[in-house]
Every structure is written in C-alpha cells, then in structure tokens.
Design a protein around this ligand. Structure first.
Ligand SMILES: *[C@@H]1O[C@H](CO)[C@@H](O)[C@H](O)[C@H]1NC(C)=O
Ligand SMILES: *[C@@H]1O[C@H](CO)[C@@H](O)[C@H](O)[C@H]1NC(C)=O
Ligand SMILES: *[C@@H]1O[C@H](CO)[C@@H](O)[C@H](O)[C@H]1NC(C)=O
Length: 207
C-alpha cells in the first residue's frame, strides 16, 4: 500500500513536470529497473513482407545511435549501441499487424530522451515517428534517529535516488509540520537526487 502511494505520488510529479502541451501518446513514462514499450504502429500494415525497422535514440548535435535494427527478417547487431545490448526487442508476434513497438527492459535513468522509429518498406517508402521516454525513480524514504541528548532528539529523513527530485516534509502524528527548513538536496551520479532533512525535537511526539 505504501509503495503504491509512493508510485502514485511519483506519477503525479512526473506528469506535473511534463509539458501538458505534448500529446500524451508521444511521451512514455517508465520506472528505472522496470520494462517499457515505446509505440510504433504502421497503418495500414505493410504487405506480407516485414519492412526494415530502425529504432534509434536521438541526441541533439550527435548522430542518432541505433538501439534496435530489424532487417531481412531478423535483428542486425553490428551498429547497435552497446548500452542497449540485451535490453531491446520487438514483439515478434505483433510484426504482422504492423506493430513495431520497441520493448526496453531494465530501463535506466540514462535511457530518458527522444527515440525515433523509422520503417523502410521494400519499395523504399520511409516513415518515421518520434516518442519521448521519461524515466523516473524512487526508493523508500528512511527515517532514523541521528542523535539524542539534552538538546533533544534529532531525526533524519533520507530519500535516495529520486527522479524528479521529491518534496520532503516531516510531520508529527497530528499531521503538523515539524520544520520549515528546506531539505538538503544533492545530485547523485546515477542521474537522480538524494534528499535529506533533519528535525530536532524538544518535546516528544508519538509518531
Ligand atoms: C503493440 O504491441 C504491444 C506489445 O504487445 C501492445 O502493448 C500494444 O497494445 C500493441 N499496439 C497495438 C496498436 O496493437
Ligand atoms: C510502397 O508500399 C506502400 C505499402 O505497400 C505504399 O503505401 C506506398 O505508396 C508504396 N510507395 C511507392 C513509392 O510505391
Ligand atoms: C543530520 O544530523 C547528522 C548528525 O548530526 C549529520 O551527520 C547530518 O549531516 C545531518 N543531515 C542534514 C541533512 O543536515
């Protein structure tokens, strides 16, 4: 239940962060460590022959890197970005329906970005669509007592590797805020934020 709340909160944050002007279907939200599917549908489906399907990640100012290339009926590995090795696939039973959606497994925070699906028919016709992947992450916040002396009891709340950065408030059992100070936030090399906050209590609270 708790984790569900956490995820709902994170989704709310992600949607708030995303631009509402974008058609929702052009953005896909995923959690680090999970799997996701980037949609790419050809309507009407190609003839009996399966076309060439090239999925690439678009980084401004750089050559797009191939994350999946399907040609002559199977995957071609030669140009594949090693970062996506063993992590991308098409759903083979969907190909005949013109569904060339890409499955990415074990999603990383660094997978965030714009992807392009290019379909090249056997007669040379090319079609492309773009979809943006937004990756979020969260972990269970930890609450611990860091010191207890004559000045009171100091409790630290710690939320590691959240993306986007969370808001943090420490409340007592009556739902009253225990501090007005801003939490300390630092960037984690994994591409997320670590957030910590201390609160010193002079008077005991039950929770
Ligand atoms: C395409 O295939 C994926 C994976 O099986 C599925 O989730 C999605 O609904 C399919 N899209 C369409 C339009 O059939
Ligand atoms: C190529 O084939 C597709 C689908 O079969 C068709 O829609 C398209 O018009 C064709 N293009 C040319 C240049 O023949
Ligand atoms: C909380 O207090 C502990 C112990 O004094 C300290 O090590 C830690 O850096 C403090 N954390 C914050 C966010 O100020």
């Amino acid at each position: 239940m708790y984790i569900l709340h956490l995820f709902l909160l994170l989704w709310a944050l992600l949607f708030k962060g995303g631009s509402s002007a974008h058609a929702q279907s052009n953005q896909v939200y995923a959690f680090a460590g999970g799997n996701t599917i980037l949609p790419c549908i050809l309507i009407p489906p190609a003839s009996a022959d399966i076309p060439t399907v090239e999925w690439s990640k678009v980084v401004e100012g750089l050559k797009p890197s191939i994350v999946y290339l399907y040609r002559h009926g199977c995957e071609t590995f030669a140009m594949k970005d090693p970062d996506f090795e063993y992590r991308t696939s098409l759903i083979l039973r969907e190909l005949q329906n013109g569904n060339f959606s890409l499955r990415i497994s074990n999603v990383k925070l660094s997978d965030s970005g714009m992807y392009q699906c290019m379909i090249i028919q056997n007669n040379g016709t090319k079609e492309e669509t773009k979809v943006e992947l937004v990756v979020g992450s969260s972990s269970e916040p930890k609450l611990s007592v860091v010191s207890a002396d004559g000045d009171g009891v100091t409790v630290e709340c710690e939320a590691l590797c959240w993306m986007p950065a969370p808001q943090m408030t420490i409340l007592d059992n009556d739902g009253k805020r225990l501090t007005d100070e801003e939490p300390k936030q630092e960037q984690d090399p994994r591409g997320c934020y670590n957030t910590r906050q201390n609160v010193t209590l002079q008077n005991p609270v039950s929770r």
